[in-house]
Design a protein around this ligand. Structure first.
Ligand SMILES: [Zn+2]
Length: 446
């Protein structure tokens, strides 16, 4: 198509092309669309509905399609939507980055999300308008889920959608536990100690999680350390420009109240539809994500891209090691020293449950035993490491005594794996105890 002359200069970016079509050998000029601001281009939704955005109509009336991968900016939602047409794969994000280079002057530094073709874009814009688009029918341009399960999703709720940090799923429960504790603190001494724990987590992963980096800025701000705060918050602002995957395949106890459809009572819990909301990153939320993700199929489901986007530092081993460290450090704060109190303890329970799930998996996948050892080794470091002073021995003795105490509390000096049929707690004790003994041995020999 040709862009309308009346269009504001920042409403769309296109590349002018000229091509001769085989239908009648006529040479035709057209605009190859690369960027759209939906709020500045009034007719955009109409052209989208007509699928006219990448159609070139020849003088003879024949219509030709020049598939356009377009970056669509929705300023009110603080979001860029990348319209892809090539299915799911590791290429999606690199294609976006390449296309973004050409338009970043107008598109700013907003988060971005991927959708499959014009159908995906239309469905997302419909949800933003408060409508409920239909599910897509197959075939889909991506693999479908082979299993059914519920999993926990941490993200931003936005009407019928959750936007979540797809590359950071491996560390989401650990991050959430840290944040639940961090945001409840007021005492400067507590904040200083919390910063040390969060920075301990960052040593395992690098400063790459947007919520964690932002929280370090916030903690330093509350402490009055403005230089440190500025460094973290500047970095956090840069991390805002990132992929947020969308899903509407989740369960949430809070129904959406729609315009023109009143709930029986105003007192009943409800959340507002997306049309009544602004920035998509406004409301952090935890939900149960559903597999299969039927509500996302054919619209914005990119499982292969998600796998490719997961940083290497989130290997199973490293993610568990980081989680074990945080779990140990928070257990110390709550159980040993009582310097942290609820509401964060709820998330400590979640970490404990996840630890138990890990142990539960061992029965099915014995090769995970190695990972369990990483977990408990770093758990012990997180929980008791600080008793080792720089000069060594007297503190080391108390460390050895503490570890001996765990060994005793967890059932004496049994080294064998508990017999089949023992419960999860026994397995936890087994690994905790075994790690304690290994550490004790290395302390004695060191
Ligand atoms: Zn023609």
């Amino acid at each position: 198509m040709l862009l309308p002359h009346k269009l504001a200069h920042d409403a769309a970016v296109a590349t002018r092309w000229s091509a001769t079509f085989p239908c009648c050998d006529a040479t035709i000029d057209f605009d190859f669309l690369r960027y759209v601001n939906v709020e500045k281009w009034g007719d955009f939704r109409v052209l989208l509905e007509e699928r006219a955005l990448d159609a070139v109509v020849c003088e003879c009336g024949a219509s030709h399609i020049f598939t356009a991968t377009v970056i669509v900016e929705v300023p009110r939602k603080n979001l860029l939507i990348y319209v892809t047409h090539g299915g799911d794969g590791p290429h999606v994000e690199s294609c976006f980055r390449q296309d973004f280079e050409g338009v970043k002057e107008v598109a700013g530094r907003r988060p971005y999300t991927f959708v499959h073709g014009w159908n995906g874009l239309e469905a997302m814009l419909d949800i933003f308008d408060g409508d409920r688009p239909d599910h897509r029918a197959p075939p889909y341009p991506h693999a479908v889920d082979g299993r059914e399960e519920l999993h926990t999703l941490f993200g931003y709720i936005h009407g019928d959608l959750i936007f979540f940090d797809a590359p950071h799923v491996a560390v989401a429960p650990t991050v959430n536990a840290l944040l639940e504790f961090a945001t409840s603190l007021a005492d400067p001494g507590d904040i200083t100690r919390m910063i040390a724990i969060v920075e301990g987590f960052v040593r395992f992963t690098g400063p790459i999680h947007p919520w964690i980096v932002q929280e370090l800025g916030s903690l330093n701000l509350r402490l009055g350390d403005l230089d440190a705060a500025e460094g973290w918050l500047t970095h956090a602002a840069r991390l805002e420009h990132r992929w947020l995957a969308a899903t509407r395949s989740f369960t949430d106890a809070t129904p959406t109240r729609r315009a023109g459809f009143d709930a029986p009572s105003a007192d009943l819990p409800h959340c507002r539809p997306a049309s009544a909301l602004g920035d998509i990153t406004r409301n952090r939320h935890i939900v149960n994500g559903c597999q299969p993700a039927l509500g996302d199929y054919g619209l914005w489901y990119f499982p292969t891209m998600q796998q490719a986007a997961t940083p290497r530092v989130y290997s199973h081993q490293n993610a568990l090691t980081a989680q074990g460290y945080v779990h140990g450090a928070l257990d110390r704060a709550v159980r040993d020293e009582q310097w942290l109190t609820p509401p964060g303890t709820g998330d400590l329970v979640i970490l404990t449950i996840r630890m138990m799930m890990l142990i539960d998996q061992l029965d099915r996948t014995p090769s995970l035993a190695e990972f369990a050892r990483y977990y408990f080794r770093s758990y012990i470091i997180g929980r008791w490491n600080e008793v080792i002073g720089p000069d060594g021995s007297p503190v080391r003795e108390s460390m050895v005594a503490l570890l001996a105490e765990i060994t005793e509390r967890t059932g004496g000096a049994e080294w064998v794996r508990p017999a089949e049929g023992l419960g999860q707690v026994d397995m936890a004790q087994f690994f905790l105890q075994r790690s304690a003994m290994e550490l004790t041995a290395s302390l004695r020999s060191g």
